[in-house]
Design a protein around this ligand. Structure first.
Ligand code: TRP
Length: 327
Protein backbone atom coordinates (compact mmCIF):
# COMPACT_ATOMS: atom_id res chain seq x y z
CA UNK A 1 0.00 0.00 0.00
CA UNK A 2 2.71 2.46 1.02
CA UNK A 3 4.74 1.51 -2.03
CA UNK A 4 1.76 2.16 -4.26
CA UNK A 5 1.26 5.65 -2.81
CA UNK A 6 4.94 6.39 -3.34
CA UNK A 7 4.77 5.17 -6.92
CA UNK A 8 1.73 7.31 -7.62
CA UNK A 9 3.45 10.30 -6.07
CA UNK A 10 6.54 9.67 -8.17
CA UNK A 11 4.50 9.53 -11.37
CA UNK A 12 2.70 12.73 -10.36
CA UNK A 13 6.00 14.49 -9.79
CA UNK A 14 7.24 13.35 -13.19
CA UNK A 15 4.07 14.47 -14.94
CA UNK A 16 4.14 17.86 -13.24
CA UNK A 17 7.79 18.14 -14.28
CA UNK A 18 6.80 17.58 -17.91
CA UNK A 19 4.14 20.25 -17.86
CA UNK A 20 6.01 23.06 -16.18
CA UNK A 21 9.41 24.55 -16.78
CA UNK A 22 10.37 27.08 -19.37
CA UNK A 23 8.63 25.57 -22.36
CA UNK A 24 5.32 25.44 -20.56
CA UNK A 25 2.19 23.64 -21.68
CA UNK A 26 3.72 20.28 -22.54
CA UNK A 27 3.31 20.97 -26.26
CA UNK A 28 5.71 20.20 -29.08
CA UNK A 29 7.64 23.43 -28.43
CA UNK A 30 8.20 22.66 -24.77
CA UNK A 31 11.98 22.54 -25.09
CA UNK A 32 12.23 25.92 -26.77
CA UNK A 33 12.98 29.06 -24.79
CA UNK A 34 9.86 31.12 -24.27
CA UNK A 35 9.49 34.90 -24.72
CA UNK A 36 6.42 36.83 -23.59
CA UNK A 37 6.00 40.13 -25.43
CA UNK A 38 3.63 42.68 -23.94
CA UNK A 39 2.79 45.80 -25.98
CA UNK A 40 1.07 48.55 -24.00
CA UNK A 41 -1.49 49.28 -26.74
CA UNK A 42 -1.81 49.45 -30.50
CA UNK A 43 -0.50 52.41 -32.44
CA UNK A 44 1.77 52.61 -35.48
CA UNK A 45 5.01 53.27 -33.65
CA UNK A 46 4.58 50.44 -31.13
CA UNK A 47 3.58 48.09 -33.96
CA UNK A 48 6.75 49.03 -35.85
CA UNK A 49 8.81 48.37 -32.74
CA UNK A 50 7.22 44.93 -32.28
CA UNK A 51 7.86 43.91 -35.89
CA UNK A 52 11.48 44.95 -35.60
CA UNK A 53 11.99 43.17 -32.30
CA UNK A 54 11.16 39.99 -34.25
CA UNK A 55 13.72 41.02 -36.91
CA UNK A 56 16.34 41.60 -34.21
CA UNK A 57 15.65 38.24 -32.55
CA UNK A 58 15.79 36.40 -35.88
CA UNK A 59 19.13 38.00 -36.70
CA UNK A 60 20.45 36.30 -33.56
CA UNK A 61 18.89 32.95 -34.45
CA UNK A 62 15.64 33.16 -32.48
CA UNK A 63 12.75 32.47 -34.86
CA UNK A 64 9.24 32.02 -33.51
CA UNK A 65 8.02 28.43 -33.72
CA UNK A 66 11.45 27.13 -34.71
CA UNK A 67 14.03 28.12 -32.12
CA UNK A 68 11.88 30.08 -29.68
CA UNK A 69 8.22 30.30 -28.64
CA UNK A 70 6.87 33.85 -28.68
CA UNK A 71 3.64 34.82 -26.93
CA UNK A 72 2.59 38.32 -28.10
CA UNK A 73 -0.07 40.19 -26.12
CA UNK A 74 -1.73 43.65 -26.31
CA UNK A 75 -2.24 45.53 -23.03
CA UNK A 76 -5.10 47.68 -24.40
CA UNK A 77 -3.82 50.79 -22.57
CA UNK A 78 -5.15 49.27 -19.34
CA UNK A 79 -2.88 48.65 -16.34
CA UNK A 80 -5.09 45.83 -14.99
CA UNK A 81 -5.00 44.02 -18.32
CA UNK A 82 -1.23 44.49 -18.54
CA UNK A 83 -0.64 43.05 -15.07
CA UNK A 84 -2.83 40.03 -15.82
CA UNK A 85 -0.88 39.35 -19.01
CA UNK A 86 2.42 39.45 -17.13
CA UNK A 87 1.07 37.18 -14.40
CA UNK A 88 0.34 34.64 -17.12
CA UNK A 89 3.84 35.04 -18.58
CA UNK A 90 5.22 34.30 -15.11
CA UNK A 91 2.95 31.28 -14.63
CA UNK A 92 3.93 29.97 -18.09
CA UNK A 93 7.59 30.09 -17.11
CA UNK A 94 8.74 32.62 -19.70
CA UNK A 95 12.51 32.93 -19.92
CA UNK A 96 12.40 36.58 -20.97
CA UNK A 97 9.68 39.22 -21.00
CA UNK A 98 9.84 42.02 -23.57
CA UNK A 99 7.76 45.07 -22.64
CA UNK A 100 6.96 47.69 -25.28
CA UNK A 101 6.43 51.24 -23.86
CA UNK A 102 6.75 52.59 -20.32
CA UNK A 103 3.46 51.41 -18.76
CA UNK A 104 4.05 47.86 -20.05
CA UNK A 105 7.54 47.86 -18.51
CA UNK A 106 6.14 49.13 -15.20
CA UNK A 107 3.47 46.41 -15.24
CA UNK A 108 6.09 43.72 -15.96
CA UNK A 109 8.35 44.92 -13.17
CA UNK A 110 5.47 44.97 -10.69
CA UNK A 111 4.81 41.27 -11.34
CA UNK A 112 8.31 39.78 -11.36
CA UNK A 113 11.69 40.65 -9.90
CA UNK A 114 13.24 37.43 -11.23
CA UNK A 115 12.42 36.87 -14.89
CA UNK A 116 14.60 39.13 -17.04
CA UNK A 117 12.64 42.01 -18.62
CA UNK A 118 13.84 43.81 -21.73
CA UNK A 119 11.92 47.01 -22.36
CA UNK A 120 11.50 48.80 -25.68
CA UNK A 121 11.16 52.58 -26.15
CA UNK A 122 10.97 53.67 -22.53
CA UNK A 123 11.59 57.40 -22.76
CA UNK A 124 13.06 57.89 -19.29
CA UNK A 125 13.61 54.59 -17.44
CA UNK A 126 15.21 56.31 -14.43
CA UNK A 127 12.38 58.82 -13.92
CA UNK A 128 9.84 56.03 -14.40
CA UNK A 129 11.57 54.12 -11.56
CA UNK A 130 12.34 51.14 -13.80
CA UNK A 131 16.16 51.14 -13.51
CA UNK A 132 18.64 52.49 -10.96
CA UNK A 133 20.75 54.15 -13.66
CA UNK A 134 21.17 54.04 -17.43
CA UNK A 135 24.69 52.57 -17.15
CA UNK A 136 24.00 49.98 -14.43
CA UNK A 137 20.28 49.10 -14.37
CA UNK A 138 20.83 47.03 -11.23
CA UNK A 139 18.02 44.47 -11.40
CA UNK A 140 16.14 42.10 -13.68
CA UNK A 141 15.41 44.81 -16.22
CA UNK A 142 17.15 46.76 -18.99
CA UNK A 143 16.35 47.72 -22.59
CA UNK A 144 16.17 50.54 -25.11
CA UNK A 145 15.20 54.17 -24.58
CA UNK A 146 13.75 56.65 -27.07
CA UNK A 147 14.90 59.66 -25.05
CA UNK A 148 14.54 62.89 -27.01
CA UNK A 149 15.27 66.54 -26.38
CA UNK A 150 12.32 68.96 -26.30
CA UNK A 151 14.90 71.72 -26.63
CA UNK A 152 15.97 70.36 -30.02
CA UNK A 153 12.33 70.17 -31.10
CA UNK A 154 11.70 73.75 -29.95
CA UNK A 155 14.79 74.88 -31.86
CA UNK A 156 13.29 73.24 -34.94
CA UNK A 157 9.99 74.98 -34.18
CA UNK A 158 11.85 78.31 -34.10
CA UNK A 159 13.20 77.68 -37.59
CA UNK A 160 9.75 76.83 -38.97
CA UNK A 161 7.46 79.17 -36.97
CA UNK A 162 9.81 81.70 -35.30
CA UNK A 163 7.42 83.96 -33.41
CA UNK A 164 5.91 81.78 -30.70
CA UNK A 165 5.80 82.89 -27.06
CA UNK A 166 3.30 80.48 -25.55
CA UNK A 167 3.58 76.70 -25.85
CA UNK A 168 0.65 74.39 -25.17
CA UNK A 169 1.69 71.02 -23.71
CA UNK A 170 -0.79 68.28 -24.61
CA UNK A 171 -0.12 64.94 -22.90
CA UNK A 172 -1.39 62.12 -20.71
CA UNK A 173 -1.10 62.67 -16.96
CA UNK A 174 -0.75 58.93 -16.42
CA UNK A 175 2.33 58.37 -18.59
CA UNK A 176 5.66 58.84 -16.80
CA UNK A 177 7.36 58.91 -20.20
CA UNK A 178 5.55 62.17 -20.95
CA UNK A 179 5.97 63.80 -17.54
CA UNK A 180 9.73 63.64 -17.81
CA UNK A 181 9.82 65.32 -21.24
CA UNK A 182 7.40 68.05 -20.10
CA UNK A 183 9.66 68.80 -17.12
CA UNK A 184 12.51 69.39 -19.60
CA UNK A 185 10.24 71.53 -21.78
CA UNK A 186 9.36 73.76 -18.82
CA UNK A 187 13.02 74.18 -17.88
CA UNK A 188 13.75 75.19 -21.48
CA UNK A 189 10.81 77.63 -21.53
CA UNK A 190 11.88 79.22 -18.22
CA UNK A 191 15.41 79.72 -19.50
CA UNK A 192 14.11 81.31 -22.73
CA UNK A 193 11.34 83.55 -21.46
CA UNK A 194 8.56 81.39 -22.92
CA UNK A 195 5.32 80.28 -21.25
CA UNK A 196 4.01 76.70 -21.09
CA UNK A 197 0.30 76.03 -20.65
CA UNK A 198 -0.47 72.41 -19.84
CA UNK A 199 -3.50 70.42 -20.84
CA UNK A 200 -3.58 66.80 -19.76
CA UNK A 201 -5.76 63.79 -20.52
CA UNK A 202 -6.27 60.43 -18.85
CA UNK A 203 -7.43 58.60 -21.97
CA UNK A 204 -7.97 59.10 -25.71
CA UNK A 205 -11.58 60.23 -25.29
CA UNK A 206 -10.38 63.43 -23.57
CA UNK A 207 -7.95 64.52 -26.28
CA UNK A 208 -10.45 66.62 -28.21
CA UNK A 209 -11.43 68.70 -25.19
CA UNK A 210 -7.83 69.05 -24.02
CA UNK A 211 -6.76 70.31 -27.44
CA UNK A 212 -9.75 72.66 -27.54
CA UNK A 213 -8.71 74.13 -24.18
CA UNK A 214 -5.35 75.14 -25.68
CA UNK A 215 -6.65 76.35 -29.04
CA UNK A 216 -7.32 79.99 -28.10
CA UNK A 217 -4.49 80.33 -25.55
CA UNK A 218 -1.25 79.31 -27.26
CA UNK A 219 0.92 79.99 -30.33
CA UNK A 220 2.02 76.38 -30.84
CA UNK A 221 1.22 73.02 -29.25
CA UNK A 222 3.78 70.36 -28.34
CA UNK A 223 3.18 66.72 -27.42
CA UNK A 224 5.89 64.46 -25.97
CA UNK A 225 6.26 60.75 -26.92
CA UNK A 226 2.83 60.16 -25.47
CA UNK A 227 1.04 56.91 -26.32
CA UNK A 228 -2.42 58.29 -25.67
CA UNK A 229 -1.98 61.38 -27.86
CA UNK A 230 -0.22 59.27 -30.53
CA UNK A 231 -3.33 57.14 -30.82
CA UNK A 232 -5.65 60.15 -31.10
CA UNK A 233 -3.76 62.30 -33.61
CA UNK A 234 -6.73 62.67 -35.96
CA UNK A 235 -8.80 64.34 -33.24
CA UNK A 236 -5.95 66.54 -31.99
CA UNK A 237 -5.01 67.77 -35.46
CA UNK A 238 -8.65 68.49 -36.37
CA UNK A 239 -9.03 70.82 -33.40
CA UNK A 240 -5.62 72.50 -33.58
CA UNK A 241 -5.48 73.04 -37.34
CA UNK A 242 -9.06 74.29 -37.26
CA UNK A 243 -7.66 77.02 -35.02
CA UNK A 244 -4.54 77.48 -37.19
CA UNK A 245 -2.12 76.27 -34.50
CA UNK A 246 1.09 74.45 -35.47
CA UNK A 247 1.35 71.10 -33.68
CA UNK A 248 4.87 69.87 -32.94
CA UNK A 249 5.24 66.25 -31.85
CA UNK A 250 7.96 63.84 -30.73
CA UNK A 251 7.86 60.76 -32.96
CA UNK A 252 7.93 60.07 -36.69
CA UNK A 253 4.59 58.21 -36.50
CA UNK A 254 2.95 61.31 -35.01
CA UNK A 255 4.27 63.39 -37.94
CA UNK A 256 3.00 60.76 -40.35
CA UNK A 257 -0.39 61.05 -38.63
CA UNK A 258 -0.55 64.82 -39.17
CA UNK A 259 1.88 66.42 -36.71
CA UNK A 260 3.79 69.31 -38.32
CA UNK A 261 7.35 68.27 -37.44
CA UNK A 262 9.71 66.64 -34.99
CA UNK A 263 13.33 65.80 -34.35
CA UNK A 264 13.18 62.16 -33.40
CA UNK A 265 14.68 58.70 -33.40
CA UNK A 266 14.38 55.72 -35.75
CA UNK A 267 12.06 53.11 -34.20
CA UNK A 268 13.06 50.46 -36.73
CA UNK A 269 16.58 50.53 -35.32
CA UNK A 270 15.28 50.68 -31.76
CA UNK A 271 13.12 47.58 -32.27
CA UNK A 272 16.01 45.59 -33.70
CA UNK A 273 18.33 46.65 -30.88
CA UNK A 274 15.70 45.54 -28.38
CA UNK A 275 15.50 42.12 -30.05
CA UNK A 276 19.29 41.82 -29.94
CA UNK A 277 19.33 42.63 -26.20
CA UNK A 278 16.69 39.98 -25.52
CA UNK A 279 18.76 37.48 -27.50
CA UNK A 280 21.83 38.37 -25.42
CA UNK A 281 19.90 37.71 -22.22
CA UNK A 282 18.65 34.37 -23.56
CA UNK A 283 22.33 33.66 -24.20
CA UNK A 284 23.10 34.20 -20.52
CA UNK A 285 23.91 37.90 -20.15
CA UNK A 286 22.81 39.69 -17.00
CA UNK A 287 20.31 42.56 -17.23
CA UNK A 288 21.69 44.14 -14.05
CA UNK A 289 24.93 45.13 -15.78
CA UNK A 290 23.66 45.66 -19.36
CA UNK A 291 23.40 49.43 -19.90
CA UNK A 292 20.16 50.90 -21.27
CA UNK A 293 20.65 51.72 -24.96
CA UNK A 294 19.74 55.19 -26.21
CA UNK A 295 19.43 55.98 -29.91
CA UNK A 296 21.69 58.61 -31.42
CA UNK A 297 20.60 58.54 -35.06
CA UNK A 298 18.11 61.42 -34.90
CA UNK A 299 16.33 62.88 -37.93
CA UNK A 300 14.06 65.81 -38.70
CA UNK A 301 10.62 64.67 -39.84
CA UNK A 302 8.14 67.08 -41.44
CA UNK A 303 4.65 66.70 -42.81
CA UNK A 304 4.40 68.93 -45.87
CA UNK A 305 0.63 68.35 -46.21
CA UNK A 306 0.21 69.81 -42.76
CA UNK A 307 2.49 72.74 -43.63
CA UNK A 308 0.34 73.43 -46.72
CA UNK A 309 -2.83 73.17 -44.67
CA UNK A 310 -1.51 75.75 -42.20
CA UNK A 311 -0.05 77.95 -44.95
CA UNK A 312 3.45 77.51 -43.55
CA UNK A 313 6.52 77.46 -45.78
CA UNK A 314 9.13 75.16 -44.35
CA UNK A 315 12.50 76.87 -44.85
CA UNK A 316 15.03 75.23 -47.19
CA UNK A 317 17.48 74.94 -44.30
CA UNK A 318 15.05 72.48 -42.70
CA UNK A 319 13.87 70.77 -45.91
CA UNK A 320 17.47 69.96 -46.89
CA UNK A 321 17.84 67.74 -43.81
CA UNK A 322 14.26 66.56 -43.40
CA UNK A 323 12.53 63.26 -44.01
CA UNK A 324 9.15 64.13 -45.52
CA UNK A 325 6.15 62.15 -44.26
CA UNK A 326 2.40 62.20 -44.84
CA UNK A 327 2.55 62.60 -48.62
N1 TRP B 1 8.30 56.22 -25.55
C1 TRP B 1 6.97 55.76 -25.25
C2 TRP B 1 6.96 55.26 -23.80
O1 TRP B 1 7.94 55.35 -23.12
C3 TRP B 1 6.54 54.66 -26.20
C4 TRP B 1 6.53 55.08 -27.64
C5 TRP B 1 7.32 54.57 -28.62
C6 TRP B 1 5.70 56.06 -28.25
N2 TRP B 1 7.05 55.17 -29.80
C7 TRP B 1 6.07 56.08 -29.62
C8 TRP B 1 4.72 56.92 -27.79
C9 TRP B 1 5.45 56.96 -30.55
C10 TRP B 1 4.11 57.79 -28.72
C11 TRP B 1 4.48 57.80 -30.07
O2 TRP B 1 5.96 54.78 -23.33
Amino acid sequence: MKKKVLAVLLVMVMVIGMFTGCGGGGNADSDLPRIGIIQMMEHDSLNTIYENILVGLEAEGFKDGETVTIDYQNGQNDMTVMKTIVQRFVADGCDVIIAIATPAAQAALSETSEIPIIFAAVTDPVDAAIVDSMEVPGGNVTGTSDAISPEDIMNLAKEITPDFKTIGALYSAGEDNSASVIADLKAYADANGLTVIESTVTNTSEVQQAAQYLADKVDIVFSPIDNTVASAMAVATDVLYGAGIPFYVSADSMVNDGGLATYGIDYTVLGQETGAMAAAVLGGEDTATMPVKTMDDMSIYVNTNTADLLGITIPDSVMEKAIVLGE
